[in-house]
Design a protein around this ligand. Sequence first.
Ligand SMILES: [Mg+2]
Length: 414
Amino acid sequence: MKITDIRATPVTVPLEAPLRHANGCHWGRFVRTIVEVDTDEGLTGLGEMGGGGESAVAAFNGLKSYLVGRDPARIEEMRFLIANPTASLYNNRTQLLAALEFACLDLLGQKWGASVSDLLGGRLRDCVPFASYLFFRYPNPKDGAGEVRTPEQLIANALELKRKYGFTSHKLKGGVFAPEYELDCYGALAAALPGDRFRFDPNAVWSAEQAIWFGRQIEGIRNDYLEDPVYGLHGMRRVREKLRTPLATNTVVVNFEQLAANVLDAAVDVILLDTTFWGGLRQCVKAAGVCETFQLGVAVHSSGELGIQLATMLHLGAAIPNLSFAADAHYHHLTDDVIEGGKLQYKDGAIEVPKGPGLGVQLDREKLCEYHEMFLRLGNYPYDQDPLRPGWTPVLPNDRWADPSDGRIPEIPF
Ligand SMILES: [Mg+2]
């Protein structure tokens, strides 16, 4: 089989409401680039890439001359072809590699009649459990609904998600307001959902001292882990020395060099594997093997996803033995998807791993067209800017918190 073309299409899919985070905001929508890899055997493999609210079409078009004519089965060779570690000093293409790896695995699965999780060693579970991913949210500019700013709104949102989807783990994305206010929110959330499990992620914006203070306040909560309280392996190590709650990261252990450093001198207990950040599913499976050997915890990270990327997360979650925690997904914040049959469904807090060959999902051409037109209409958005705090530049550690009494609605085109 030979690759004959690579087609990339940017799409914009609306979110229920803008999602606030430590560095800015998802402005009421996700921009994703859908990748189709065509072959001379008539099969097409699917990939997907996100990014900071921007289209990646130009980057994929630039890789056509590397990949057309090549065998999609040579995935390991592709890693060195487009993401050689020393050449990456100039061209960091890890995320592009990931999207192309998804498409190649999808192609091979289709050709061989095997699902991607079969290619990764076979599935150990048919459903992957997910945590509710709770964000502070601006109101939807269209109808003013969906705001999450107060503890009461947060609890109402969590209870609704639990009722609709069956979540028993809950992640709160913080780093937006001062840690004292977010501690009140997190404590209220845990008190409102007795028996459930919780995790908190301020996106590394605290000082080590703030992180140690916060971590000690939450020791009575059934925490899965405290995620990226500070930036850097050394900072995480300082915090970890003072806390009993496990620390997790999707920020400072995202490659094998960092994983080795963390094994040699532990700074993090739980490695959150992201099929995009690590450069593909196979890299994540390899990393999970290292974590299994050294008894580090593993979970599946979400960097934002539509159904294609979600399928990669499901196949990864199905194939790794040491999935210690529920996976994260932004998916329930989305209003729609570009795959056939609409959004994949949660049942009892879990999503079934697609059964068909390859990734097991197909593109809905009408939806692809509809959301491509939405991209053309709305354009990119700056993921690391806040629509209601123009000019705000978060520093590390941050001391420029948002005001929890500010209930304005951002004027964002929808
Ligand atoms: Mg995180």
